[in-house]
Every structure is written in structure tokens, then in C-alpha cells.
Ligand binder design. Structure first.
Ligand SMILES: *Cc1c(COP(=O)(O)O)cnc(C)c1O
Length: 367
């Protein structure tokens, strides 16, 4: 047995000598946070790279979700998906709002637009979908429904760094989109995140909100929070931006190896490649169906015994956690597809630096 432990992801690390130069510069400036030199530089560089106009940096990927709901003054009920990382629903809860779960599409794992209307009540004010595994949601249909009912749309785009649909960034859809730069994501600043909005006035409001609501030294215009990205993480992010394209290319290569080897296997379902989408290959989920010779959990354990640490992502569903399972919309009968996906999924290791020989070993344990 191979003793090397392979995890589902491994962080993107900047060159240490380069990082040292940035640190020396920060030490000389003695300006560590509060919209510093590198913060401003990273904001500009990311706007450029992502093809978005208005972006604000945050200290993680959860605070932009919480802040988006604040900035848009969302009240009452927010329609969202149970098939996501818990932060999506937690951000709704932290605003004192009621999450309403809607089932997902089997083909993508994204919220099913055709099931949104049935979940709308007089209290509904917003929809919070997630681009699961970086696959774009059916954004045109979601916007159509939002427009009819006068709802705001906030996309949790934590998985969708750099993803474009028909040549346009997915982040330019809805009223706002959020990113996470956590160490496990395609692009990382160790911890970090961003909020993308549509106009300058809204960006200004977001920037107040992430700095306690301060508009100037003596004026507080909103009950803000502290979620400013510091200079050290911004410098880390600037360096990683230089190598993220190469990291995505390596991920693409690994995804192709998996796809080639696993697409014909009975009982293993893969997500299909969407047309017109530039993907970031942030995850490689497989869905273990009944036709496969063993259960999902048995395969997960088999991989683990061989030092391959896949991740059942997303399992359990958010709607199954104790603080949400009492909600009417959390009933598994309301969420049959999400329930099935959560029981079938394993995300396989995929990251820049993962060797072909390791990918082949993982494949050989599955086929
Ligand atoms: C990672 C992630 C978040 C939260 O990001 P953090 O940076 O860890 O706070 C939110 N939503 C989704 C879908 C995520 O994957």
C-alpha cells in the first residue's frame, strides 16, 4: 500500500522569497490594515482578472454573504439551497431572516429555478443561489423570476472564481455575488473573500459596512462590522494571482484524466461539461448510484483505507442540521434530489501539484 496521504485539496502557496519581499515592504510602510497599499492593489488586480467593475475585499467568504443581506436591507424570508456549505444558510440566520429551502437540479446540483415560485410567500424578499462546484446556475431564469416578484438575487459564488459563461463573468449576475478565498479554494489569500456589486454607490455602502460603518473619522452611517482584509493577506493574494491560471490549467488536466477513465463506469455518474462555460475545475464530484457494486460510504472508506481522503461534499445537507431541520422547507420530502445527491457524492482529490501517478492510483481504486 502507498503510504502517502492524498487529501481532497492542497493550498496554493506563493513563492516564499517573493512573499518575503512583500513582507519587507509592509514592514517598511508600517501600515498593516485599513485599506492599505496592497489591499487597494489587490482590489484593482482582482477586478481586472475577474472582469468585474465593483469588488470589495473581505477577511473571509462568509462575511460578504452576511454583508450583502445587510447592504440590500433584506427582510423576512430568503429562498436558498440545502445543497451547499453551511455558511450560505448561516449568513441568512445571522441576519435574523428565515431561510426557505428549495430543491436542486440533478444535472448540476444547483437550485432548481422551476421550484422557486412555489416557495415564494408575501415575506420573500431575496433568493440566494449557489454556483455549486463552479457550474453556473440558470441565471437567466432566476433573474426572470426575481424580476416578476421584485426579489433581490445574491449569488454565493464561493466555488466560481474566474468562471465565465458565454465570455462573461458569472459574478456580474444578480444584485451581488460573493467569493471565498479560503485555503481550500482554487484561489486563496489564506482566509479571505470578496463582495461584487453593480454600482459605485453600493460599493461605497459595502465598504462602510465592512469597516464598522465609518464614513469618516467622526461619522458612522451604518451598523457595520469589521471584515477588512489586512495587508499580509492582500500581498499573499497578489502573488497567488500570478499563478492561478497555471493552477487552473493543472486542475483541468486532472479533471480530464478522471473524466476519461470514469465516464464509462457503471454506477458512477459525472457532471457534464456545460457549453460556453470556462470552468475553474474547483471540484471533481462523482455520484455513486445503486448500479455501482458498493455503497457510496463503502467506496469512501475504501479510498480512505488507501490513504485517499475524498470528501462527501455536500453531506449532510444544510437542512438536516439541528438548527434548520425543524423548518417546514427542510423536510426531506421537499428536497428529494438534494437528499439523493448528498447520499451519492464523493469529491475526488484535485489540485495543482497532484501527480498523474496519484490520479491513476485513485482511478484504479474506483474502476
Ligand atoms: C467556502 C464557502 C463559503 C465560506 O467561505 P469562507 O471563506 O470559508 O468563510 C461559503 N459558501 C460556499 C459555497 C463555500 O464553499
Amino acid at each position: 500500500m502507498d503510504n502517502k496521504i492524498i487529501t481532497v485539496t492542497s493550498p496554493l502557496l506563493p513563492d516564499l522569497k517573493e512573499f518575503d519581499k512583500y513582507l519587507e515592504d509592509i514592514w517598511q510602510r508600517k501600515w498593516l490594515t485599513n485599506n492599505g497599499h496592497y489591499h487597494q492593489e489587490l482590489e484593482k488586480a482582482l477586478a481586472d482578472y475577474l472582469g468585474v467593475k465593483y469588488i470589495s475585499l473581505f477577511t473571509n467568504g462568509t462575511l460578504p454573504l452576511i454583508t450583502a443581506l445587510q447592504a440590500l436591507r433584506i427582510t423576512g424570508e430568503v429562498i436558498t439551497t440545502p445543497y451547499s456549505f453551511v455558511a450560505t444558510t448561516h449568513s441568512i440566520w445571522w441576519n435574523g431572516l428565515k431561510p426557505v429551502f428549495v430543491d436542486v437540479e440533478e444535472g448540476t446540483g444547483n437550485i432548481d429555478p422551476e421550484k422557486i415560485e412555489a416557495a415564494i410567500t408575501p415575506h420573500t424578499t431575496a433568493i440566494m443561489p449557489v454556483h455549486v462546484y463552479g457550474t453556473p446556475c440558470n441565471m437567466a431564469r432566476i433573474q426572470e423570476i426575481a424580476d416578476i416578484y421584485g426579489l433581490k438575487v445574491i449569488y454565493d459564488a464561493a466555488h466560481a472564481f474566474g468562471v465565465t459563461a458565454n465570455g462573461k463573468s458569472v459574478l456580474e449576475n444578480g444584485d451581488m455575488s460573493t467569493l471565498s478565498f479560503h485555503a481550500t479554494k482554487v484561489y486563496t489569500t489564506v482566509e479571505g473573500g470578496a463582495l461584487i456589486c453593480r454600482d459605485e454607490a453600493t460599493k461605497k455602502r459595502i465598504d462602510y459596512l465592512k469597516n464598522f460603518g465609518f464614513a469618516n473619522e467622526v461619522t458612522v452611517v451604518a451598523p457595520g462590522i469589521n471584515s477588512k482584509m489586512d495587508e499580509i493577506r492582500a500581498a499573499y493574494g497578489l502573488l497567488n494571482l500570478k499563478q492561478v491560471d497555471s493552477a487552473i490549467a493543472q486542475r483541468k488536466h486532472i479533471a480530464e484524466l478522471y473524466r476519461k477513465a470514469l465516464s464509462g463506469i457503471t454506477g458512477i455518474r459525472l457532471l457534464s461539461n456545460e457549453e460556453g462555460v470556462r470552468h475553474n475545475y474547483s471540484y471533481f464530484p462523482i455520484f455513486v448510484t445503486e448500479e455501482y457494486g458498493m455503497s457510496r460510504d463503502a467506496l469512501y472508506e475504501k479510498l480512505k483505507e488507501n490513504n485517499i481522503l475524498g470528501r462527501r461534499y455536500f453531506y449532510p445537507l444544510i437542512s438536516d442540521f439541528p438548527m434548520y431541520r425543524g423548518l417546514e422547507s427542510a423536510n426531506p420530502m421537499n428536497l428529494p434530489i438534494a437528499t439523493k445527491l448528498a447520499q451519492q457524492v464523493i469529491c475526488l482529490p484535485i489540485y495543482a501539484g497532484l501527480l498523474d501517478t496519484d490520479v491513476e492510483r485513485i482511478i484504479s481504486l474506483i474502476v
